[in-house]
Design a protein around this ligand. Structure first.
Ligand code: ZN
Length: 356
């Protein structure tokens, strides 16, 4: 069997292109001039697409990866961002994705049927995701418009607090049990996402917020880009108790390649062997089962092991998995099938042609 394409739970390509403030095609995405993701690297590495995040960066950069090279750290959370500023950034980043689609670089998928077609045809599949709901107003007008535009996944918070809830600061060593749970608006947001069939992403949420979503949500619980706290005691990782709740809801976790969430010492050091990924996959599978683990790389948003480096390096990961006794059936589940199963159970878009 040829190795399957990887459909991935999280990338920050839109943030990278937005930061450049120039037209995406000029930034090299259509060739091989991107950083961790571009079309040439995707073809080389067998990257089939995934969730493309809208993310509103801090006006003042408090999120300094250099500070995560220390033995222990606790990065301050940035202040809340007001709605007009966040809405403006969200619209610009969504517009970049639409522009890429119009130029034929990828396809925005609103159903699993569309993702399956893209994977079959070798077209990059893009699911529009929002990482932190700062751009969503309490009347949910923006949510409705974004949904109609293609939004199919939303994390109520990135790590900084907002009107909907509280996220985890980047703390090592640290527990995710920091701060209060979802606000009343946050609980309404989860219910509205359930009604629309928008997936609710638990990555970045603190533990109290996690348990609020677990109680309210009618959908499988999903963390798009998080790892195992039992191996790397970082505040961004999930405890075994959280993993069991995800398993019991028949949800899943996308494994994050960001090295600080993979290493025992929590350092953001690219000199990290692929073995760290394998150990987290083993642990996630032991707690969740083979049906509930996939990838959530964080490409274009984080430092990943230097042997992978970019999406072009994904064959190195597949080879390591094979070496680690991952058979064809499990490889397919990890690479895309588990994501499709969870999205089939979460989205309300018709699955027309699913058996064709
Ligand atoms: Zn993230």
């Amino acid at each position: 069997m040829t190795d399957p394409l990887i459909f991935d739970g999280h990338n920050d390509l839109l943030l990278r292109l937005h930061n450049r403030d120039i037209s995406p095609d000029m930034d090299g995405f259509q060739g091989n001039g991107g950083r961790q993701i571009d079309l040439a690297k995707a073809r080389k590495g067998g990257f089939g697409g995934g969730f493309f995040a809208i993310y509103v960066p801090d006006p003042v950069n408090t999120h300094d990866e250099d500070k995560m090279m220390a033995d222990h750290y606790d990065l301050p959370l940035p202040p809340e961002i007001n709605w007009p500023d966040a809405a403006h950034v969200a619209l610009s980043q969504a517009a970049i994705l639409f522009q890429l689609e119009r130029e034929g670089a990828l396809k925005i998928c609103r159903s699993t049927t569309e993702i399956r077609s893209c994977l079959a045809d070798g077209v990059m599949a893009a699911v529009l995701h929002m990482e932190g709901a700062e751009a969503i107003d309490p009347d949910f007008h923006m949510l409705e418009v974004m949904y109609q535009s293609g939004l199919r996944s939303l994390g109520p918070v990135w790590s900084r607090p907002n009107r909907f809830g509280h996220g985890v600061p980047f703390r090592f060593p640290g527990s995710p049990d920091i701060g209060p749970g979802l606000s009343t608006d946050g609980k309404r947001l989860v219910a509205r996402c359930n009604d629309l069939g928008v997936m609710v992403d638990l990555s970045h949420l603190n533990e109290a917020g996690f348990w609020d979503v677990a109680e309210i949500s009618q959908a499988p619980l999903v963390a798009t880009h998080s790892n195992a706290h039992a191996l790397t005691p970082h505040s961004r990782n999930l405890t075994d108790r959280q993993l069991h709740a995800i398993r019991d809801s028949d949800g899943m976790v996308g494994l994050n390649f960001a090295v600080a969430f993979l290493r025992e010492d929590g350092r953001m050091d690219a000199n990290t062997p692929i073995d760290r990924i394998l150990r987290h996959i083993d642990h996630l599978i032991s707690q969740l089962g083979e049906e509930r683990v996939g990838f959530g790389s964080d490409f274009d948003g984080a430092t990943v092991p230097q042997d992978i480096e970019t999406v072009a390096g994904l064959p190195v990961l597949r080879a390591a998995l094979r070496e680690h006794s991952v058979n064809d059936a499990l490889m397919k589940k990890l690479c895309y099938d588990n994501w499709l199963r969870v999205l089939d159970a979460t989205w309300k878009t018709p699955v027309e042609g699913a058996n064709s």
